[in-house]
Design a protein around this ligand. Structure first.
Ligand SMILES: *Cc1c(COP(=O)(O)O)cnc(C)c1O
Ligand SMILES: [Zn+2]
Length: 421
């Protein structure tokens, strides 16, 4: 056994049968406990070099992994003496080869592999962008089947760098919530499993490789971990990876603080945490539809984040003495330009939000300029990707509206799934 799963509410331990929640019905996340307490970095390209702390037995072939380097230019502009950047996108000059362009690919590879090892079935993902594209790319690279449900308006975001014949792409009229609802219904078809979001240990520990890459390169845990969040899963993942690194014993004992940002005007997590409340309320997202339509980075607009659940973002913020803040769109746009001019690569809008947040935190004195800062650039390099890589735009296999009877969708899916299950 490489790992077991522990419920963070009742404490019970379970073997990994692709569980996404506690069989006792606890409102909690499960956490993977690995038999390897000291991590060995395996000499292979891609995130599976961290397989000791991924919930998989075998590895998939990929060159995608977080790349860490010490910043000099941006660090000088910001007035930080120990700024380390983890770049999770496409930047071949730095050996950053995340073909779909964001750190969602670190979640998708181990998730697909875990599912393949635990159950026979096909994985279903509902996404408005980066997650769907990441799973499509993993399917294109590995041949694993994936069902992706997206709002019709997000159609142009699903492309791959190789043909993706084993992706079943479904578009639905409406927004992200409509895609999630249809996705949930689809998971009632035998042989189809939800990817589970934050509840999937493979997604969290895949994102946790950012903290692993940062710490191994720096030589010790950073004082601060900085990221823009929508669900906050990346923050939870960074915290859990830090727990393992502390237990490892070679990287220091001080838990890094989480410093997390959202894009105004949609900042429910910031509001809840500022009042140190354990629940996100409707009043934290007034006029949500309009607010979501206004942000620069819509991957940061999750309405049902894993915040109050045991082991969720609230617990991670408490344990790390975390800080959250909001960033305006104009601040983010400005920060994106600074990053491009200083470090030389274009950013995903979410990463620009993160850079703006860090800049504000230094200016307001929240950060001591000599602290070791790990800045997670969660996506970027789309311009280089456009230049270097082939791009296959995925045509939808099923085009649904809210009026399409589910039986019709279900029938088409059943015809397709026979090929795989
Ligand atoms: C999804 C996403 C985020 C937010 O991630 P969470 O940790 O799930 O909140 C940040 N940046 C990019 C580029 C993303 O795609
Ligand atoms: Zn439990």
């Amino acid at each position: 056994m490489t790992h077991l799963l522990r419920c963070l509410a009742c404490g019970q331990i379970f073997p990994d049968t692709y569980l996404l929640s506690c069989p006792n019905g606890c409102n909690s996340l499960l956490r993977a406990e690995y038999s390897a307490k000291h991590i060995t970095i395996h000499p292979i390209p891609g995130i599976f070099k961290y397989k000791d702390w991924l919930p998989v037995h075998d590895t998939l072939t990929t060159k995608a992994e977080p790349v860490c380097y010490k910043s000099s230019h941006l660090a000088r502009v910001m007035g930080l003496s120990r700024l380390w950047i983890v770049f999770s996108g496409y930047w071949p000059e730095k050996s950053a080869l995340v073909l779909s362009g964001s750190f969602k690919e670190f979640e998708a590879f181990p998730t697909v592999q875990r599912m393949k090892e635990c159950v026979s079935g096909v994985i279903q993902v509902a996404s408005a962008g980066n997650t769907g594209r990441a799973f499509a790319e993993v399917s294109a690279q590995t041949g694993q089947p994936v069902i992706i449900v997206i709002p019709q308006s997000a159609h142009d975001r699903i492309w791959t760098t190789r043909p993706a014949p084993h992706v079943l792409l479904i578009t639905i009229s409406g927004d992200y919530t409509d895609a999630i609802n249809l996705g949930n219904k689809i998971c009632s078809i035998p042989g189809i499993c939800p990817e589970g979001g934050a509840k999937n240990v493979a997604r969290r520990d895949g994102m946790g490789t950012v903290m692993l890459a940062g710490t191994v390169n720096i030589g010790h845990l950073p004082d601060l971990y900085v990221q823009a969040v929508g669900s906050g899963t990346g923050g939870i993942a960074a915290y859990e990876a830090s727990l393992r690194l502390i237990e490892d014993g070679r990287f220091g004992t001080k838990m890094p603080r989480l410093l997390l940002f959202q894009n105004e005007p949609f900042i429910p997590l910031v509001r809840a945490w500022q009042e140190k409340r354990q629940d996100v309320r409707d009043e934290d997202m007034p006029d949500a539809k309009r607010a979501i339509a206004q942000v620069f980075s819509d991957v940061l607009t999750n309405r049902t984040p894993p915040y109050g659940i045991a082991g969720g973002l609230f617990d991670a913020l408490v344990a790390t003495d975390g800080i959250m803040g909001g960033v305006t769109t104009s601040e983010a746009e400005e920060a994106g330009k600074i990053f491009l001019s200083q470090e030389g690569i274009d950013l995903d809008p979410a990463a620009a939000v993160c850079v703006a947040g860090l800049l504000k935190s230094v200016q307001s004195g929240i950060i001591n300029p000599d602290e070791t800062v790990l800045l997670n650039i969660t996506g970027g390099g789309y311009e280089s990707g456009k230049r270097d890589l082939s791009r296959y735009e995925k045509e939808p296999d099923i085009i649904a509206t809210k009026d399409t009877p589910f039986e019709i969708i279900s029938l088409k899916i059943k015809e397709w799934i026979i090929l795989y299950v």
